[in-house]
Structure formats: structure tokens, C-alpha cells
Design a binder for this molecule. Structure first.
Ligand SMILES: [Fe+2]
Ligand SMILES: [Fe+2]
Length: 398
């Protein structure tokens, strides 16, 4: 027997939990896994909302058949073409060859390009509706949240927003599927990490989407990853508003690269001086050890960022430089920055960090501290002053 999980009388969650993939998009760690949520609406016409990652096809088909038996599916709504949601389309078409695929004008060329699917594609536009009987599907475009064809589907009889990646979270659904059944703070953290890693670059587009969706009466948000939101809708919309405006809490993330520990000692001195000023949220990371996924999560969470590096090949130590390159690709806004570094025997790290400080366009707390060999008493005073200046700036800005 397959347990049936219902959002309402005729709407089912038929998603799957992925606990075996190590890296989402082959890059972002999944220590707690991820769910791929798909939904089935069993009305006069039967509709699926999105599919699941293709390696789960067998489990997915079993779930569909446990509800429909031998009946067929009329529509598949493709809110998003990233393969974690579209990867099962070809296999689904083999099982249900007459299925009509609903997407927008940017979906159709991707269906053909990725999967050679051209038949039975129904192209809808902003505000169009499809009736299933008592349920009505309404479509709204949310371009670049986070792909160009991204859209959401609003079921207007039950006020359910099928939001795809928007409001999605890493973390499998370990029993709890709805937000009144889960530990909210766990998923808030994994939701922010998902947002920062996957959607974070597109804050302006998220703001536009929030404005558009703000006109709808929403009682349930059913995303394509993580919990289904009913009790915390205003909270998660407020979080998305905050994250897409790059508004960080009072706190600082210190990220350093070190070969033999001297730059790490500098980071600890700065961190201690910030704590002495009463700032409680301080996270310090070695960029050689901690994946950038977690660094980005904390950068989204906190207002302050301090970057330190040992000199290496006359510039920034590789783990830090590769992270900074990634950060410049994403370009989060509205942060406070301080920089420091060790010259070791040659120098170059702080000199190379200075152009980054300009390019990222954050407010810079000065003066930067550069230390030769290991920090002497004067250097330690300079590091303490830098930490105090950051704490002061945090208190004035948050
Ligand atoms: Fe996606
Ligand atoms: Fe996704």
C-alpha cells in the first residue's frame, strides 16, 4: 500500500525524497538530501504539476498509478525546465503518450532542445487559465526566478500556489510534509541556503514576482522542493522579501584562507574584538574546508562580511580567490566588508583583495590590515581596531 498525502480532497503530493545525491546541480552539497515535489490533481481532467528527477521514475509512476489506476493523465504543467523537475518528461510520455504538456513560449523551445518533445505542447501566456472541472489552473510568469521560462500555477478553487523553485528548500521531507508537521528553524536554514545558492543572484526578479503574486489570495504554497507551506505563509514571504532585498541581520561572517594558521589567528583576533563589542552572531570559516554553499548562506543571513587571505603566488590563496570569483558572479548587495591578510614572506593578498572590495560594491570598513610573517603586538592592535570598526558599522547599519 502506498500512503496517500493530500493537500485537499483531490490534490495529492506525489513527490520523492533524494537521499543519495551528494551534490545538487553537481555542485551544492546535500547533507540532508532534497525532495522533488510533484502534485496530482484528480479532477474530471487529471493534471500533474511538474515531475521528479529521472532516477526516481519507477517510484513516481507507482505513486501516480496508486491514485489513478488505469486512468490516464490529461495535462502535465511544466512550471520550470531545469531537469530536476523536467527530467522525467520523456519517460512520462512513454507511459502516457497522449499527455498534453502545458508551458509558456520560453518552455516550448527548451522541451524540443532538451527532450525533442514537440507534440501535444500547449503554450499558455500570463493570466491564461485551464479548467480541470472543479479546479482551475491559472498561470503567472516569474522570469529568472531562476530560469527564463520559470512560471507558477495558481489553483484558484483551493487557493494553492504551485510555486516551483520559489519558496523551495533543501532537506528531504522526513515524515513531515506540511509546515505544521516540521521543525521550522531547520527548514528556514536550508531554505535560505537553497535561496542563496540557487536563486540569490536574481533579487530584482524575485521582488517583481512577489509584487505580482501579492495580488493573489494564497492559502497554500506548494513548492517543488521541501515543505508545503500553510501556517507560515506570511513568514516565508517576508523572508523572501528580506533575502531578495539583501537585508542581513546584525552579525558577521569571517572567511579566511590560511596555509599554516597565521591568517586564522588574525581572524580569531578580529572575531574576539567584535564579540567584545556585543555582536553575538559571528561565524568564522576556513575557506579550504567549508563549501561555498554554507558561506553564501551566512552571507545572506548576516550584514557583515570579513575576508582574509594568506598571500600565495603573489596574490590571494586559491580557496579564497575561487570563492570571491563565485561571489562576483552572484553579486549580493547591501553588505559591509572588511579585508585583511598575511604577506607571509612575499605579500600580494591584500593588494589583490582591494580590487575585489571595489568590484563587489559593498561599503568597506577600513583600514585593511596586512601582516608580515606573524602578527606582532602592533598588528594585533590594528586587527582589534578593524574588528571594533566593523562592530560599530554593524550597529549603525542594521
Ligand atoms: Fe531550478
Ligand atoms: Fe528545482
Amino acid at each position: 500500500m502506498i500512503q496517500k498525502i493530500k493537500l485537499s480532497e483531490k490534490i495529492y503530493w506525489i513527490g520523492v525524497n533524494d537521499r543519495h545525491t551528494h551534490l545538487f546541480e553537481n555542485f551544492w552539497p546535500l547533507p540532508y538530501g532534497v525532495s522533488y515535489n510533484s502534485y496530482l490533481i484528480d479532477d474530471e481532467k487529471v493534471a500533474l504539476i511538474d515531475t521528479v528527477e529521472v532516477s526516481f521514475m519507477s517510484e513516481y509512476l507507482q505513486k501516480i498509478k496508486s491514485i489513478l489506476g488505469d486512468r490516464t493523465i490529461d495535462y502535465l504543467v511544466v512550471n520550470h525546465m531545469e531537469p530536476d523537475h523536467s527530467g522525467s518528461i520523456q519517460a512520462l510520455l512513454q507511459a502516457y503518450p497522449d499527455l498534453k504538456i502545458i508551458g509558456n513560449c520560453k518552455t516550448a523551445p527548451m522541451l524540443e532542445g532538451f527532450y525533442k518533445v514537440v507534440k501535444n505542447v500547449v503554450t499558455i501566456s500570463e493570466g491564461d487559465s485551464v479548467s480541470l472541472g472543479e479546479h482551475m489552473l491559472n498561470f503567472y510568469m516569474i522570469p529568472m526566478v531562476h530560469w527564463p521560462e520559470s512560471m507558477v500555477t495558481y489553483e484558484s478553487s483551493k487557493n494553492i500556489l504551485f510555486s516551483n523553485d520559489a519558496f523551495g528548500s533543501f532537506g528531504t521531507l522526513d515524515g513531515g510534509v506540511f509546515d505544521n508537521e516540521i521543525n521550522f528553524s531547520f527548514y528556514e536554514d536550508e531554505m535560505r541556503r537553497y535561496y542563496a545558492n540557487i536563486v540569490g543572484k536574481y533579487g530584482t526578479q524575485v521582488q517583481k514576482a512577489l509584487e505580482k503574486l501579492g495580488t493573489l489570495e494564497i492559502k497554500t504554497i506548494a513548492p517543488s522542493h521541501g515543505p508545503i507551506w500553510r501556517d507560515h505563509i506570511s513568514k516565508i514571504i517576508a523572508l523572501y522579501d528580506q533575502w531578495s532585498k539583501y537585508e542581513g541581520e546584525e552579525g558577521v561572517v569571517i572567511i579566511y584562507g590560511t596555509l599554516y594558521g597565521h591568517t586564522a589567528q588574525m581572524a580569531d583576533i578580529i572575531a574576539r574584538s567584535i564579540a567584545e563589542e556585543g555582536i553575538k552572531n559571528i561565524r568564522t570559516y576556513d575557506a579550504s574546508k567549508t563549501h561555498s554553499s554554507y558561506l553564501l548562506n551566512d552571507i545572506w543571513k548576516y550584514k557583515g562580511v570579513i575576508i582574509g587571505s594568506s598571500s600565495y603566488n603573489g596574490g590571494i590563496f586559491t580557496p579564497v580567490s575561487s570563492f570571491l570569483k563565485q561571489l562576483l558572479g552572484i553579486m549580493p548587495k547591501n553588505k559591509l566588508l572588511a579585508i585583511f591578510g598575511s604577506m607571509s614572506w612575499g605579500g600580494g593578498a591584500v593588494r589583490a583583495l582591494e580590487p575585489f572590495a571595489q568590484d563587489i560594491k559593498w561599503n568597506v570598513v577600513t583600514p585593511a590590515v596586512e601582516v608580515k610573517h606573524a602578527a606582532n603586538d602592533d598588528d594585533q592592535e590594528a586587527l582589534i581596531s578593524l574588528g571594533k570598526a566593523m562592530a560599530k558599522a554593524l550597529k549603525e547599519n542594521v
